[in-house]
Design a protein around this ligand. Structure first.
Ligand code: ATR
Length: 274
């Protein structure tokens, strides 16, 4: 029986075990996926336990996504550029790190958009999630991605750090509100609007163009205040469920060679969300 885990702190509410155990059963793979709590500051000790358990692979969530890097034997180029890893594969005793967050996001978007490269994108936020998405979109040759952030310096830092060619202007929250109608795709990457702060919204979309697509990486609630406003304006919207499911699907594929049924995964996560 192969062993897989997700590490993080806190970890009790992770939906990854239910999602992956259902897939192992469905594809008749002898494997078990569990929660593995590693407290902040205890990564080294926690990882040596995982080595002893000879895990076949694991996911990494907050707060260990960057701190794990020195403990890995190899890193794929995109996760190296992003500086964060959410998936590790044990390849004959070597731990190889990947980042499926950005790709998960892109794959989710491609379920409702035929192509991304020609789109003019506004991304709200400049934290860890924004970094994975921005670098992956740039790597995928999306040529215009403007970054909106409360702290402009952080957005400038993110722009400078990107190793892939992309055209980017940095906007403050006020100009983002005024200019949101100019964009084909608006991506919300901050935790603003996440349960229990469901009344908050990073910018108002009163100037939104109804041809735009608005995407929020939050999936709890399934409809943030931002997405609700976008829908009212006639825009197409996507919540964070796709990104969550596709990052998991890509991790599952790295471990087993099977790209799983994402509709099944989505139904399973929705059931857990209640
Ligand atoms: P994560 O790693 O989950 O993306 P993070 O690194 O803490 O989270 O980043 C949070 C993002 O949300 C940042 O872009 C942050 O803006 P600042 O760089 O100005 O801090 C943004 N953010 C969080 N709370 C906010 C708020 N109340 N108003 C505006 N922006 C906020």
């Amino acid at each position: 029986m192969k062993k897989y885990v997700v590490i993080g702190d806190p970890i009790a509410h992770s939906m990854s075990p239910v999602m992956h155990n259902d897939l192992f059963q469905f594809y008749q793979i002898e494997a078990q996926y569990d929660l593995f709590h590693i407290k902040k500051g205890m990564l080294k000790e926690g990882l040596s336990q995982l080595k002893e358990m000879d895990v076949a692979g694991f996911n990494i969530t907050v707060p260990h996504k960057s701190d794990i890097i020195p403990f890995l034997d190899e890193l794929d180029p995109l996760s190296q550029a992003i500086g964060a890893v959410n998936t590790v594969v044990n390849e004959n005793g070597k731990w190889v790190g990947y980042n499926t967050d950005g790709y998960g996001y892109v794959r989710g978007l491609l379920t409702i958009l035929p192509a991304l490269t020609d789109k003019k994108v506004m991304m709200i936020g400049a934290g860890g999630a924004a970094r994975a998405i921005y670098f992956t979109l740039a790597y995928e040759k999306v040529h215009k991605i403007d970054i909106v952030n409360r702290t402009l310096e952080k957005a400038e830092d993110l722009k400078k750090a990107c190793p892939y060619s992309v055209e980017t202007d940095v906007l403050d929250l006020k100009s983002a509100k005024e200019r949101c109608g100019e964009y084909d795709l608006i991506i919300q990457t901050t935790s603003i609007g996440m349960s229990p702060h469901t009344k908050e919204q990073p910018i108002s979309l009163e100037n939104l163009n109804s041809n735009s697509l608005v995407s929020d990486i939050i999936y709890n609630p399934l409809e943030t205040k931002l997405l609700h406003e976008a829908k009212m304006k006639g825009a197409i919207v996507q919540n964070g469920l796709e990104m969550f499911v596709f990052q998991g699907a890509l991790a599952f594929e790295k471990w087993t060679g099977i790209f799983p049924d994402t509709e099944r995964m989505k139904r399973n996560v929705l059931k857990q969300l209640g």
